[in-house]
Design a protein around this ligand. Structure first.
Ligand code: CO
Length: 136
């Protein structure tokens, strides 16, 4: 169903400081930076093997990441699994009774198609399904 981990999402309060932390102390290169209007965040992707760490800073006070920061403070936010067929994954998840946050894919970073699965059906882990742009 999934090929690999696409990225780990991390909620941060200061994107520049967090990019510097990952660069200077963890040796990860910033590969991409983008404001993703759909989710009310500014995001940066840091390279780690074939995957990424995705740093997320809210740009809107009502965004999910802003609410997460209010509730829990900075830290691990979600894990994202990569697929070539997000519709098939969503159908299979619906069929097995998983609770989806997004019934239909939304546009994520780098024009990917993404959908979130509710942590109540994934053992407490907010889970994102990602189909990168250019696949199908
Ligand atoms: Co993500």
């Amino acid at each position: 169903m999934f090929g690999e981990i696409d990225h780990i999402g991390v909620a941060v309060e200061d994107l520049d400081e967090s990019i510097a932390l990952y660069r200077d102390h963890l040796g990860m290169r910033e590969q991409h930076r983008e404001t993703v209007e759909e989710f009310g965040v500014e995001a940066a992707l840091l390279e780690i093997g074939g995957s990424h760490v995705e740093l997320l800073m809210p740009t809107q006070p009502d965004s999910g990441v802003a609410k997460f920061l209010e509730r829990k403070g900075p830290g691990m936010h979600h894990v994202a699994y990569r697929t070539d067929d997000i519709q098939a994954v969503l159908e299979r998840m619906r069929a097995t009774g998983m609770r989806l946050i997004d019934d239909e894919p939304r546009t994520g970073i780098q024009d990917s198609r993404v959908a979130f699965v509710h942590p109540k059906s994934t053992g407490g882990v907010l889970t994102e399904i990602v189909q990168p742009a250019g696949r199908h």
